[in-house]
Design a protein around this ligand. Structure first.
Ligand code: APR
Length: 318
């Protein structure tokens, strides 16, 4: 029960680590980052954040040992590795603008993780998400069931939280499904949104629902504009939920970025789809019957991911 988080000296990585520790199912979380420099001094953010979080263990009451490191040897034998390493968005940037920088980082991080944990399961959080998952998949040589991207849980959480606020009901009672890439072309599906099992359309008019769908699509950007950098609390919580589902073999059904091999009419790319998560990673990709309009949105989303992937391949050729 060993988890590694790379990029853990940063916002998302340290939040994933803390959320995993607070759930108290893992023996150990190894928090990896690079050595950084501040005011001419070397600093070790992953070691600092790990120590700070470990010091909260008596208060939060968890046993999971958090250790900071800059050395991949400490990650050996990890069951699950979460990659959040990379640069975040700044105002005015799209996730795709991070492509070149983050592809190089994700590639090198994946190589080093696999060297020490050849059978691990990889959860990618770095953006542009769907393409970074593909980079990790191709670099790692792992089976596609063992590589996935975290996006759908976050995007549905945003959607559900907005709906809860609008309808004045508990977010716990809102269930939703969202497909497609992690970007403006994501596909929230009102047809599969329920409030305690009842169709959402009984609670809200079409216009308001459409507004919430649009806000969800731009949910990441809304936070970048407010904070000057991208979000971490909800992304961190979402990744921790995936780690838990895998390590406790929960068979949870979540929307995740998974490698498609013909499902939903697409192949050789990662795209958000409902999957069953448990021991070994993705046990099943669930294919929902989509109506034509939903399939069109899914195809547009896939086209977009393909175009960013093509850009990545061009960069690699250079
Ligand atoms: N190896 C390990 N860690 C690295 C590397 C590397 N090669 N390159 C960068 N990092 C680390 C940075 O040192 C930093 O601590 O990744 C961390 C990123 O943290 P933040 O800058 O706080 O960014 P964060 O908000 O956590 O976002 C990270 O997740 O949600 C996505 O779009 C977001 O791609 C971004 C990623």
């Amino acid at each position: 029960m060993k988890v590694t988080v790379v990029g853990a000296g940063g916002n998302v990585g340290s939040t994933v680590s803390m959320a995993v520790a607070q759930r108290d199912f893992a023996k150990e979380v190894v928090m990896v980052d690079i050595v950084q420099e501040k005011n001419g001094n070397k600093i070790y953010p992953s070691k600092g954040r790990a120590l700070d979080q470990w010091e909260s263990s008596p208060i939060h009451k968890f046993d999971t040992k958090l250790t900071g490191s800059v050395d991949y040897e400490d990650t050996a034998g990890s069951d699950v590795c979460v990659i959040t390493a990379g640069v975040p968005r700044r105002p005015g940037m799209s996730r795709d603008d991070l492509l070149e920088t983050n592809a190089n980082i994700v590639q090198s991080v994946t190589e080093q993780l696999i060297e020490h944990s050849p059978d691990t399961i990889l959860i990618i959080v770095s953006n542009p998400l769907d393409v970074m998952a593909q980079v990790a998949y191709e670099t790692s040589g792992l089976d596609s069931s063992r590589v996935m991207g975290m996006a759908g849980i976050l995007d549905t959480a945003r959607y559900r939280s907005f709906l809860a606020e609008e309808l004045d009901v508990s977010p716990k009672d809102i269930q939703a499904l969202l497909l497609g890439g992690h970007g403006d072309t994501m596909v929230p599906l009102p047809r599969f949104t329920t409030i305690a099992g009842m169709p959402v359309t009984q609670f809200i008019d079409d216009e308001k629902l459409e507004e919430i769908v649009e806000r969800t699509k731009g949910g990441g950007g809304e936070l970048v504009n407010l904070m000057g950098t991208s979000a971490w609390y909800a992304p961190g919580a979402a990744a921790a939920q995936m780690v838990e589902a895998i390590m406790l073999d929960q068979n949870r059904i979540f929307p995740c970025a998974a490698y498609l091999n013909g499902e939903y009419g697409h192949e050789d790319l990662f795209l958000g789809v409902p999957v069953k998560l448990g021991e070994g990673g993705i046990k099943q990709i669930i294919e929902v019957d989509l109506i034509a309009e939903e399939q069109d949105l899914m195809d547009t989303s896939a086209d977009h991911v393909h175009s960013v992937l093509a850009e990545f391949r061009e960069l690699m050729d250079k």
